[in-house]
Design a protein around this ligand. Structure first.
Ligand code: DGL
Length: 265
């Protein structure tokens, strides 16, 4: 592998930027290609068969075009379904993004954890297996949100999103006795990469304070481990952003921080 690896970060839309920014911070020496499959967004509204049939061949094309050293599937809705198919089909290393149920349950003091994801992610056998294996006696509430990913996209695009629209998606995460911190949800897993884009709003609207678990820093550590140590002093490499709809991103100032200040082609 070269000293300046190419990392391809893939999501259905802009949510994967929340994973990208952590990976960029961990590997400033890398070249980044961010691919948003916006032509097929939102994945949460598609069937399992449709997502497999979409992502597996598309990834083949992307690998052929960009020749990445590593691919991050920065999407829970896809990772909980297609990772095994991708690993069987292609030799590039893949790092997925799956609901952080194990660390959330290990941290929860009230033993009540909610998992906020797309309707697809909360239905997956993969997610149910994580709960069976790692709930550690916690009561886990699965909350399938139909619209929160789209709301996050809209807010990042500069549109006004109402508190009521966000709260309607968030409220089912808060279960138990509101008056008793020991008997109510104390931990919410952000099981969709779009949701950290709204974290300030989520914190403000939450009926009581909770820990919000975002797996992005752990994903960045995993990427670094797989690539091996970066070389200090290497100049920042470039970055590009691709939409499968072929639209221009037109969001430069908004996007720059996610790319660690790089100009995004
Ligand atoms: N960002 C994706 C995830 O982490 C989901 C958004 C969608 O429904 O496409 O699950």
């Amino acid at each position: 592998m070269t000293n300046s690896p190419t990392i391809l970060v893939f999501d259905s839309g802009l949510g994967g930027l929340t994973v990208l920014r952590e990976v960029v911070a961990a590997r400033p020496d890398a070249h980044f290609t961010y691919v948003a499959d916006d032509a097929f967004f939102p994945y949460g509204h598609h069937s399992e068969d449709e997502i497999i049939a979409r992502v597996v061949p598309l990834m083949g094309e992307l690998i052929g075009t960009h020749d990445p050293d590593l691919v991050v599937i920065a999407c829970n809705t896809a990772s909980t379904l297609v990772l095994s198919h991708l690993r069987a089909a292609y030799s590039v290393p893949f790092v997925g993004t799956v609901p952080a149920i194990k660390p959330a349950c290990a941290r929860s003091k009230s033993r009540r954890v909610s998992v906020l994801g797309t309707k697809g992610t909360v239905k997956r056998e993969y997610t149910h297996a994580l709960i069976r294996d790692f709930a550690q006696g916690c009561e886990v509430t699965l909350v399938g949100s139909p619209e929160l990913a789209s709301l996050a996209e809209r807010e990042l695009g500069g549109h006004e999103i109402s508190d009521g629209d966000i709260l309607a998606e968030l409220a089912p995460c808060f279960v138990g006795d509101a008056a008793d911190p020991g008997a109510r949800t104390d931990t919410v897993v952000l099981a969709c990469t779009h949701y950290p884009l709204l974290l300030d709003r989520l914190k403000k609207l939450a009926p009581w304070p909770v820990d919000w678990i975002d797996p992005a820093p752990a994903i960045a550590r995993r990427v670094s481990d797989l690539l091996g140590a970066g070389v200090g002093g290497v100049a920042q490499s470039g970055a590009e952003m691709i939409f499968t709809s072929n639209r221009a991103h037109g969001l430069s100032a908004t996007l720059t921080p996610f790319f660690g200040g790089r100009a995004v082609a």
